[in-house]
Write a protein that binds this ligand. Structure first.
Ligand SMILES: [Zn+2]
Length: 232
């Protein structure tokens, strides 16, 4: 998959973790391929308690560029209680600020709560991953210094409001991702997503913003290095 991504022109990848074991896998992958960096995270829907001490140790690895994926998910029925998710989020934010790492934040149905948590946590910086909200919300997350990351969702016909955000987002705060194996583009619906398919999203972003794919790639490389500093 990494080789196919590189062949497609996707030359910098972040493999994120959703629990300790898979964060460890991401770190291993980052040591095996020079194009891959790692995220150490605990997904808000994980039923297990995060082992914060072990996460902190793992996150000190030189290839770890982000604490993620972390966040709040209030839409999934049967997930951990909202208060528990919020408590874990604050603990994970603390690891990020202590280690001077950005966070990659998952949001479903919790934009208000996430904005408050970010505003209350001094020094936190990061990206709203798989951004799916409108321009009003986009502005609020931009105001607290966050980046917005867009995925294949922007290619869905019903997502005019999201494409509007893609057009208006400041160039230096825009990131791209696949969220693979989830979140494929319209043209590949029903297939598992892959890092190589980032190109689908990139092509539409370039078109919406009236720039070339090469200009977008240059901007994205700079943005990724600015946020995920160890990617240099
Ligand atoms: Zn997510």
């Amino acid at each position: 998959m990494v080789e196919k991504a590189v062949a497609a022109g996707v030359t910098r990848l972040i493999a994120v973790g959703v629990d300790l074991e898979r964060s460890g896998n991401a770190v291993s992958l980052s040591h095996a391929y020079e194009e891959v960096w790692a995220g150490v995270g605990h997904h808000p829907l994980e039923p297990s308690e995060p082992d914060l001490a072990a996460m902190r140790r793992l996150a000190r690895d030189e290839m770890v560029v982000v604490i993620g994926e972390i966040g709040l998910d209030f839409e999934h029925v049967g997930g951990p209680h909202k208060d528990l998710q919020a408590q874990r989020l604050n603990e994970l934010f603390a690891i990020a600020t202590d280690l001077d790492l950005p966070v990659s934040v998952h949001n479903r149905g919790a934009a208000h709560e996430l904005l408050s948590a970010i505003s209350a946590h001094h020094g936190i910086r990061g990206v709203m991953h798989y951004f799916a909200l409108d321009w009003e919300w986009a502005q609020r997350f931009l105001e607290v210094g966050f980046y917005l990351s867009f995925a294949g969702l922007i290619t869905r016909p019903s997502r005019d409001a999201l494409r509007d955000v893609v057009k208006r987002c400041p160039a230096d705060r825009l990131l791209l991702e696949t969220d693979s194996p989830y979140g494929n583009s319209q043209q590949r619906m029903g297939m598992p997503n892959r890092p190589a398919y980032l190109i689908d999203t990139a092509e539409l972003v370039a078109e919406l913003r009236g720039i070339s794919l090469e200009q977008l790639a240059d901007q994205e490389r700079a943005n990724a290095i600015n946020l995920f500093q160890k990617m240099k």
